[in-house]
Each structure stands twice: as structure tokens, then as C-alpha cells.
Design a binder for this molecule. Structure first.
Ligand SMILES: Cc1cc2nc3c(=O)[nH]c(=O)nc-3n(C[C@H](O)[C@H](O)[C@H](O)COP(=O)(O)OP(=O)(O)OC[C@H]3O[C@@H](n4cnc5c(N)ncnc54)[C@H](O)[C@@H]3O)c2cc1C
Length: 456
């Protein structure tokens, strides 16, 4: 009897489980095996800061699927604590290390999806191995930080890195009553976002008593009895009981490289619009893979959960025989920093400059609701606009209300390649509790249009 066709998926979080689910849904006759080296699958790492802050109490609510449910309801075989250590693409086999039984075995595949994700960057610095220096990526990382914070009640935390994870974690740790210091190498938090937005975020950090040290580089860590006690920087040292390293993510590609899979943007796995790699029958999706930026038309590495889920689904559809396309991203992201919603889509001015674009920026302050309706909040909107054509290249927003969903309108505008004139004509919904007649999106577009007409 012929062997059942088999899909093997390496990695069982966002991209991996999405790929496994869509392939199995479309081809129920296909055997689908997910190999995951960790003990857990299918969870929302994005919720970890809120689990650590205790806004989310029960870790179980972070899981979308358990191995049992995946098997019973979706017919997906999940093997946790199984690490794929090599791919033999000539024989179409993966070499799997069973981490519990310390055994190695080979498994044939017809199709292989690499969903190996990314790992937090841990800089090679003196003292990096001291206890209570954490990174945050997996559910295990989240549980370790929460257990330490609850059981040993540390008083001070130093967060290395002022990106969105560093910012979300500064709020989480402040909520737990820790004194928080953020060390950031650049001249602003949130890296590539523009100062019109980051100045407001930095003001909020100060109001929430988060100590921020910019243009400061960490040089090492000092400890006592194996436990971290100080962070050493080029601008002095900081006493601490907990260090969180949040300096970025790199794609996990060692396995792929061993199989001759080519790498692309920022060392992530190179894929085409069908999520195929250069090796026949091998697909890649999620934080291990690159994607196309629809504004610059260049390959980029923007590791986000939203993309991982979509790429995973498309990879699974193509495994099942469709010709589905993942077109790319426009660089949208949103984060909550204390009471602030901070969002971006497309290019920031810093990025547009890096791309050599001819552009101007336009910033306005609008209001989240009708001025007459109580409890509205200011929203700052910045547009990055191509000179001459008036094409919208990007938008950023910050405010205490109504930012997160407004940015989606602008993400759609970017996807459609709209000019600021097009945006100014959009038929946006209005009622006093939700917006003003002239929504901040429209006010910003009109302001940008005026600048464009004045030859900005
Ligand atoms: C604190 C935090 C907050 C975040 N917030 C947001 C947010 O608000 N919005 C957003 O869009 N994104 C957010 N993200 C990013 C999002 O979580 C990731 O983009 C997403 O988890 C990527 O999914 P993935 O499946 O590609 O990779 P991963 O989640 O990294 O999963 C890959 C899995 O592959 C396994 N694996 C790797 N190699 C092997 C191997 N050789 N054999 C077997 N298994 C292997 C790993 O153990 C891992 O479990 C956040 C991330 C963090 C850490």
C-alpha cells in the first residue's frame, strides 16, 4: 500500500500551527506532523507582557490549541520536545532528536514547512550568564519572569532596549511595583519611529517614573553569588535585581542553511510570494522568513505575529496544492505603552530617508471624539508623503484613544497606493462618541495636501 502523503512542520507556534491547520483542512487525506522542540505549542507570545503584569491571570488563556486538541479536532499530530537537528533533502527526511528520551530518528516528508521562528538577540557581554538576566520570547520565558517577580519580589529592573517589547515590559514591571530603568543605545525609544511620536512616548515614560537613559550602551553585568546586581554602561552603572534584554530578534535559520536553503533580507529565509524556498518541497513562514515591503517593493525582515499567522496559512494552502499568494506587508504595528496607543504603518521619516525617498512630513493634533462629546483625547498624527506625487509613504499616531484602529485605515490606504488627496476624500464614518466630522485622518491629509500644493 502506498504511504500516505506527509507534511512535516518544524515549529509549533503561530506560523507552524497555521500552516499545519490550513494544509490539513484543505487536504484531509494528508498526514500532518508538527515537530516542536519546546514543551508548548500554539500560544500568543504577544500577550506575555500582560500575563507578567497580571492583567492576564491564567497562563492557559494564552494558548490557542493544545497538542491534544490539535490531534482530536484538526487531525494534526504534534510531537513536543522533538527538535529537528538536520534536513536530508536528497532523501526527503528530517533528523529528529527526541529531547525527553534522548533518541534520534528520521522521518520522511513529502512537503516541509520551516516555521522555526526567531530568537532574542543576547549580546556577548561580560556577566551575561548571571541569574535573573532574562529575555522574553517563549511562554517559558514569561513564566520564569512572572515566577521570579511574584516569589522573590525584586525591587528594581533594568530593561536593555527601548523597542516595543522593552516599552511594553516597562509598563508590565511598573504595574508590579518595580522601579524601572530603560537603557537605549539610540537617541530615542521605539527605534525608527519619528521624534514627533517618540517625544510623546518619552514624556509618558517620565510621567510613569520610568527612568530612561538614551544614547547609552551596555558594556556588561556584575553580580554577587551568581546573581545579577549591576548593569555597567558607558555612562555609569545601575543597581538592579532583574535585567530584561530586549534588543531585537534574529531569525532561526541554522537548520535551513544546513539544507542549502538560501537566506535573504537580514539573514532570514528567502521565500517567493508562495512562501517557497529555493529547495523543492520546502516552504518557510513566520519569524524565520523574509517578506516583501509593499511600499518600497524590497524584501524585509519584520518579525510579527500578524504576519506569521498569515504566512503560515498561505504556506499550508500551497502545500495542499493551491497557488495562494502572500503579497507582503506595509509595515503596520501597534503597541500600548501605559495609557498611550502608539501605531505606525508604512515608512517613518527615518526609514524614508534611509530609502533615499524625496519626501516631506506633516504633523497635526486631532481629537479622538467630537469636541462637544465628553472624555475625548488628543491624537497626534504624522504623515510621510512623497514629494511631487503626494503618495502617502507612511503614517504614525499616538494618543490615549482611537489610535489602534485608525491606523488600519491608513494601512489600507498604503496597500491601495493612495495619495494624500485620495485619503482626504475618504468617506470615514462619523458620530460624536467616536470621531469628529473632520477625523484626525482627514485633518492630517488636508494639512499634507496644503503642504504639497505649497511645494513642500
Ligand atoms: C513579548 C512579545 C510581544 C509581542 N507582541 C506582538 C504584537 O503585539 N503583535 C505582533 O504582531 N507580534 C508580536 N510579537 C511577535 C510574535 O510573537 C511573533 O512574531 C510570533 O510568535 C512568530 O511566530 P512564529 O511561529 O514565526 O515563531 P515562534 O513564535 O518563534 O515559534 C517558532 C517555534 O519553532 C520552534 N523551533 C525552532 N527551531 C526548531 C527545531 N529545529 N525543531 C523543532 N522546533 C523548533 C521554537 O521552539 C518555537 O517554539 C511579540 C513577541 C513577543 C516576544
Amino acid at each position: 500500500m502506498a504511504r500516505q502523503e506527509r507534511l512535516v512542520v518544524v515549529g509549533g507556534v503561530a506560523a507552524g500551527m497555521s500552516a499545519a491547520s490550513s494544509a490539513r483542512r484543505l487536504r484531509p487525506e494528508m498526514e500532518v506532523v508538527v515537530l516542536e522542540r519546546d514543551a508548548y505549542i500554539s500560544y500568543g507570545a504577544c500577550s506575555l507582557p500582560y500575563y507578567i503584569s497580571d492583567d492576564i491571570k491564567d497562563v492557559k488563556s494564552l494558548f490557542a490549541l493544545t497538542p491534544d486538541v490539535a490531534e482530536k479536532e484538526r487531525g494534526i499530530q504534534v510531537r513536543t520536545r522533538h527538535e529537528v537537528v538536520a534536513i536530508d533533502n536528497a532523501r526527503k527526511e528530517v533528523v529528529v532528536h527526541d529531547l525527553e528520551r534522548e533518541k534520534e530518528a528520521r522521518l520522511l516528508y513529502d512537503k516541509l514547512v520551516l516555521a522555526t521562528g526567531g530568537s532574542p538577540i543576547a549580546p556577548v557581554l561580560p556577566g551575561i550568564d548571571l541569574q535573573h538576566i532574562f529575555t522574553i520570547r517563549t511562554i517559558g520565558d514569561g513564566m520564569a519572569i512572572k515566577t521570579y517577580a511574584s516569589e522573590e519580589r525584586p525591587k528594581r529592573a533594568v530593561i536593555v532596549g527601548g523597542g516595543y517589547i522593552g516599552m511594553e515590559m516597562s509598563e508590565a514591571l511598573r504595574k508590579r511595583g518595580l522601579e524601572v530603568t530603560v537603557i537605549e543605545k539610540m537617541d530615542r525609544v521605539l527605534g525608527t519611529m519619528d521624534t514627533e511620536i517618540t517625544d510623546i512616548v518619552e514624556g509618558k515614560l517620565a510621567a510613569e517614573e520610568v527612568e530612561l537613559h538614551k544614547e547609552t550602551s551596555v558594556e556588561g553585568f556584575e553580580g554577587d553569588k551568581g546573581v545579577v546586581r549591576r548593569v555597567i554602561t558607558d555612562r555609569g552603572s545601575f543597581d538592579t535585581d532583574l535585567v530584561l534584554l530586549a534588543v531585537g530578534v534574529r531569525p532561526n535559520t541554522k537548520l535551513a542553511q544546513g539544507a542549502g536553503v538560501e537566506l535573504g533580507a537580514r539573514g532570514a529565509i528567502a521565500v517567493d510570494e508562495h512562501l517557497r524556498t529555493n529547495v523543492p518541497e520546502i516552504f518557510a513562514a513566520g519569524d524565520c522568513a523574509e517578506t516583501l515591503h509593499l511600499v518600497t517593493c524590497k524584501k524585509v525582515y519584520i518579525p510579527l505575529g500578524t504576519t506569521a499567522n498569515k504566512q503560515g496559512r498561505i504556506a499550508g494552502e500551497n502545500v495542499a496544492g493551491l497557488e495562494s499568494v502572500f503579497e507582503g506587508v506595509v509595515g503596520s504595528a501597534v503597541t500600548k505603552i501605559f495609557a498611550l496607543e502608539v501605531a505606525r504603518t508604512g515608512l517613518t521619516a527615518v526609514e524614508a530617508k534611509g530609502e533615499g525617498c524625496e519626501f516631506f512630513t506633516s504633523t497635526i493634533e486631532g481629537w479622538s471624539r467630537s469636541r462637544a462629546y465628553p472624555a475625548g483625547k488628543p491624537i497626534t498624527v504624522t504623515y510621510v508623503v512623497e514629494k511631487g506625487s503626494g503618495r502617502l509613504l507612511g503614517a504614525q499616531m499616538v494618543g490615549e484613544e482611537g489610535v489602534a484602529h485608525r491606523i488600519d485605515t491608513l494601512a489600507a490606504a498604503l496597500y491601495a497606493g493612495m495619495t494624500v488627496e485620495d485619503v482626504a476624500r475618504l468617506d470615514l464614518a462619523y458620530a460624536p462618541p467616536f470621531a469628529s466630522v473632520w477625523d484626525p485622518i482627514l485633518i492630517a491629509a488636508n494639512m499634507a495636501l496644503k503642504k504639497l500644493k505649497n511645494g513642500s
